[in-house]
Ligand binder design. Structure first.
Ligand code: ATP
Length: 286
């Protein structure tokens, strides 16, 4: 007789295989000698940035307000072109936005009068892949845990649920790369943590590459395999560090997490010249 555990394992494997069919392998990113000035007179916002992101890696860009994180993310997406240097994705220079790399922002920007399913379908409509909607939308709503909300109006959802719809809309065209610009910063702590965990899991299950901009050390420790800490005026990479935690440890409330959080907080404090070290209060928020 087949055991329950065996059935569960088969189902998991099938779900994973399906998930891998949904999205291709994550993108490889190479940033080479990138510098940028919005206006010559103001001097560079970013100066000589060089790094690579491996396919399937989750990378956090951590830095103080104004250090150029969003500017760098816009350059990864092709929304802004650098004054010098280049971004290459899978070996091709990025010159324009593409449905293969999608951005998510703090505001989910849904159409409130449309249903969840209609909003989730927009990415496919805009890329003229309307024929895939019937199959893809239920798949991505399942991934973001909103399968039962397909027919609800977007305005009836909570902020966290709306961000899940925005995520489903981003995932529908099967991107290789997700670029997140502080997407959870307007949410309460519990909703934020649930989304941090789920987005990392989805990226890992699908093999997507993920780059997230944040100034929240806890978010970087929970989500990232690797963190680039940016210096300001001009923005430069001051530290490139791995987060060595298991998936379970990333949930917080354990010694390994607190150690990584404390270490990264120390690095960030030094780079950002905040002159403070982690306190008991910082841990109270973990
Ligand atoms: N379109 C623009 N035109 C001119 N200057 C800009 C433009 N966008 C950003 N800047 C300037 O570039 C610098 C970096 O801005 P950016 O938004 O990239 O920083 P950030 O690290 O993402 O900040 P935050 O965490 O507050 O969002 C800032 O001094 C900002 O004023």
């Amino acid at each position: 007789m087949t055991s329950r555990a065996a059935i569960a394992t088969t189902a998991d494997t099938k779900a994973q295989a399906e998930a891998h069919k949904i999205a291709p392998r994550g993108a490889h990113i190479a940033v080479m000698g990138l510098s940028h000035a919005y206006r010559k007179a103001d001097g560079p916002v970013l100066d000589d940035i060089n790094f690579e992101v491996r396919p399937g890696e989750v990378m956090a860009l951590l830095g103080r307000s104004g250090c150029g994180k969003s500017t760098l993310l816009h350059m990864l997406s092709g929304l802004t072109l650098p004054s010098q240097g280049e971004v290459a994705i899978n070996g091709n220079t990025v010159r324009d936005p593409s449905p293969k790399w999608v951005m998510m922002f703090q505001a989910p920007s849904l159409y409130p009068w449309m249903t969840v399913a209609q909003n989730a379908a927009l990415g496919l409509r805009f890329t003229r892949r309307g024929d895939e909607i019937a199959k893809r939308v239920p798949e991505v709503l399942g991934l973001v845990d909103l399968a039962n909300f397909a027919d609800r109006n977007a305005q009836e959802l909570s902020g966290g649920q709306q961000q899940r719809v925005a995520l489903a809309r981003s995932l529908a065209p099967s991107p290789e790369l997700l670029l997140l610009d502080e997407p959870f910063s307007a949410l309460d702590a519990f909703t934020r943590r649930a989304l941090q965990k789920d987005v990392r899991k989805i990226a890992k299950d699908l093999g997507l590459t993920l780059v997230i901009v944040t100034h929240d050390v806890g978010e970087a420790v929970r989500m990232a395999d690797r963190v680039l800490v940016l210096d300001a005026n001009p923005g430069r990479i001051a530290e490139d560090t791995m987060i060595a935690l298991t998936e379970e440890e990333r949930n917080g409330g354990n010694e390994a997490f607190q150690k990584e959080h404390s270490r990264l907080m120390g690095v960030y404090s030094d780079v950002a010249d905040m002159g403070d070290t982690p306190t008991e209060n910082d841990f109270a928020q973990l």
